[in-house]
Design a protein around this ligand. Structure first.
Ligand SMILES: [Zn+2]
Length: 118
């Protein structure tokens, strides 16, 4: 499983695995003990939910969606930067599966991790 794989890569971290999806009803509870949010979702309904939760909790949100051969990246710092809802008042695409190049995902995740470290 992902938890064991990630923990095997770094013995100094503990991964808390959650079996279930984040929803409006559980978002505040699931994210109450984290320091930052990395958006790795594949749809705008969850992106908006993470954004709303980040703003409510005054927590940084690292946004890096990708599809096909492209990606974009921004960081939301509540009360300092604009948020995802303001940047994208409407979803960019219909929510359907889009083909994506694996290297694009890897590149975007590396850039997102760099933003978190900065
Ligand atoms: Zn906003």
């Amino acid at each position: 499983m992902a938890k064991e794989k990630i923990e095997s890569m770094n013995s100094e971290i503990d991964v808390e695995a959650i079996d279930g999806a984040i929803k409006k009803e559980n978002a505040l509870e699931l994210l109450k003990n984290v320091d930052v949010i990395l958006d790795c979702t594949d749809n705008f309904s969850r992106r908006y939910l993470l954004n709303e939760t980040a703003v409510k909790m005054a927590m940084p949100l690292f946004f890096a969606p990708c599809r096909e051969m492209q990606g974009m990246i921004t960081t939301v710092i509540p009360e300092k930067t604009t948020c995802i809802q303001c940047i994208f008042p409407m979803p960019l695409e219909k929510e359907k599966e889009m083909p994506i190049l694996g290297a694009v995902v890897g590149t975007m995740r590396a850039m997102q991790a760099t933003e978190v470290i900065k």
